[in-house]
Design a protein around this ligand. Structure first.
Ligand code: AR6
Length: 206
């Protein structure tokens, strides 16, 4: 909801979260195209020409100007494990960050590094752009077949590391499309940020 600030949860079925270094890491269930945040992450492919899943939903909601911008600014797309920024067009945000996760091929083809790289690129772009709030999907965990328990741990760990360092971000919100995916992220949040010796002072709240 506009006006509620970056910490507002605008649409959720189940919401959980934690605080890392004074910044919020939130989990909600919902449609990422309905989020009002500075930056919305997309799970794209390296051609950056649209597709199915969350990519299709974002292109439909943003309108045809998004594809035009991608074609003109990124004629060669962007490699797996990186992200590219555009304007948000019809979405209620300032930027869309088109992140390219890996296709799951069994786990021994650099998938974890590429998945972490896709999330890290979104976080670094936020710092370059001055974004204070970011909504992220479960990159690679749909059509690209990444096992969600493992993918969620990589996603949470990568965001947790970034929030512990110097960043413009005040809120990072994972917007998960199903209760099942939300449960994987909630378990990963406990394991990666609250349970282990590397918890970094995180404190949980509902
Ligand atoms: N809001 C939030 N999450 C969503 C939404 C939505 N509107 N729609 C789907 N998801 P996927 P990938 C979830 O397949 O695995 C495209 O064709 C979905 O349930 O969108 O990275 C691209 O162009 C899943 O949990 O992305 C690429 O070719 C998560 O988003 C390819 O798919 C990611 O699923 C990328 O595959």
């Amino acid at each position: 909801m506009a006006g509620d600030g970056p910490g507002a949860v605008t649409q959720h079925v189940a919401a959980t979260g934690t605080t890392v270094n004074g910044r919020r890491l939130e989990l909600v269930t919902g449609d990422i195209t309905h989020q009002s945040v500075d930056a919305i992450g997309n799970a794209a492919n390296s051609a950056l020409r649209g597709g199915g899943g969350v990519d299709g939903a974002i292109h439909r909601a943003a309108g045809p100007g998004l594809l035009d911008e991608l074609v003109s600014r990124y004629p060669s797309g962007t490699p797996t494990g990186t992200a590219a920024d555009t304007n948000a067009h019809g979405l209620s945000a300032r930027w869309i960050l088109h992140a390219v996760g890996p296709i799951w091929r069994g786990g021994s083809h650099g998938e974890a590094e590429h998945l972490a790289g896709a999330y890290r690129s979104c976080l670094e772009l936020c710092d370059q752009l001055g974004a204070r709030s970011l909504a992220l999907p479960a990159i690679s965990m749909g059509i690209y077949g990444y096992p969600p328990a493992e993918g969620a741990r990589t996603a949470i760990r990568t965001v947790g590391e970034h929030l512990r360092a110097d960043t413009s971000l005040e809120v990072v919100r994972f917007v998960l499309f199903s209760e099942e995916t939300h449960a994987h992220f909630a378990a990963a949040l406990v394991e990666e940020l609250e349970g282990g010796p590397d918890a970094g002072g995180a404190s949980s709240s509902a």
